[in-house]
Design a protein around this ligand. Structure first.
Ligand code: PL3
Ligand code: FE2
Ligand code: FE2
Length: 235
C-alpha cells in the first residue's frame, strides 16, 4: 500500500475529536485523569509522612504527578474541552476515602497498595489503551507519562517486596477491600471510554497484567495471585 493511502486508512480508525459526543465524553475522562494525577501527588506526599526516610524520593514521585496533571490539562485545552472536575472527585471518592482511613491509621502497606499498585496499574492500562486512539497532541503527552507510571508502580513493588513477610496479611485484606472498587471504576468509565474508542476488555486486560506482574515480583505465588484477582469478581 502506498504510504499516503496507509496513513489515511489509519486516520479513519481514529475518532472525530471535534464532535459534541467526543468532547462530552472527554470532559469526564480527562477530569478523571486530572483528578487522579492530583490525588496521586497528594498520596505520595502523604506516604512520605509514613516513611520519613523516603520522604525525599516520594516528593520526587509527587512532583512527576503534578507534571502529568498539567500535561492532561493542556490536552483538554487543545480540544477546547472543559474538564468536569466535580464528576471526577465523586468518581475517586470511595478509593480516596479508603486511602485517608489507612493514612490516619498509619497503614503504609494499604496506602502503597492503593496508590502505587492499584491506581498506577489502572493508569498504565488506561494510558496504553488511549495512546493509539488519542489526538496527536495528547498522544505525545500520554506516551511521556506512561513511562513515569511504571516508575511509580515499581516503587511500591520494591518496597512491598522488601517487606513481604510483615506485609502479607495487610496486603491481602487491602486487596479484598479495594480491588472491587477499581472494578467498579472500570465499569463506570466504560461508556465514556467507548466513545473515545477505548475498549473495556483491553482496559481490564492491561490492568490485570500490570497488577498481577507486580504481585508476582513482590513474591506471591500464582495461586495466591489468582485468589487475590478473584476478589474483583466476588466483591
Ligand atoms: C497516577 O499517576 C495517575 C492516576 C490516573 C488514573 C487514571 C484513570 C483513567 C481512566 C480512563 C482514562 C483514559 C485516558 C484518557 C486520557 C485523557
Ligand atoms: Fe501520573
Ligand atoms: Fe503515577
Amino acid at each position: 500500500m502506498p504510504v499516503a493511502e496507509s496513513t489515511s486508512a489509519l486516520r479513519e480508525a481514529l475518532p472525530d475529536f471535534t464532535t459534541p459526543a467526543y468532547k462530552d465524553a472527554y470532559s469526564r475522562i480527562n477530569a478523571i485523569v486530572i483528578e487522579g494525577e492530583q490525588e496521586a501527588h497528594d498520596n505520595y506526599i502523604s506516604l512520605g509522612t509514613l516513611i520519613p526516610d523516603q520522604a525525599e524520593e516520594l516528593a520526587r514521585l509527587a512532583r512527576m504527578e503534578l507534571k502529568h496533571m498539567k500535561g492532561f490539562q493542556a490536552c483538554a485545552r487543545n480540544l477546547d474541552v472543559v474538564a468536569d472536575m466535580p464528576f471526577a472527585k465523586d468518581f475517586f471518592s470511595p478509593l480516596h476515602g479508603n486511602f485517608q482511613v489507612a493514612l490516619a491509621e498509619g497503614k503504609v502497606v494499604t496506602c502503597l497498595l492503593i496508590q502505587a499498585l492499584l491506581i498506577e496499574a489502572f493508569a498504565i492500562a488506561a494510558y496504553h489503551i488511549y495512546i493509539p486512539v488519542a489526538d496527536p497532541f495528547a498522544r505525545k503527552i500520554t506516551e511521556g507519562v506512561v513511562q513515569d507510571e511504571y516508575t511509580h508502580l515499581n516503587y511500591g513493588q520494591e518496597w512491598l517486596k522488601a517487606n513481604l513477610e510483615t506485609s502479607r496479611n495487610e496486603l491481602e485484606i487491602a486487596n479484598r477491600q479495594n480491588l472491587p472498587l477499581v472494578r467498579q471504576m472500570l465499569d463506570q468509565v466504560a461508556g465514556d471510554a467507548a466513545v473515545l474508542k477505548m475498549e473495556k476488555e483491553g482496559l481490564i486486560e492491561d490492568f490485570l497484567i500490570a497488577y498481577q506482574e507486580a504481585l508476582a515480583e513482590i513474591g506471591f505465588t500464582s495461586r495466591e495471585i489468582a485468589r487475590m484477582a478473584a476478589a474483583a469478581l466476588v466483591g
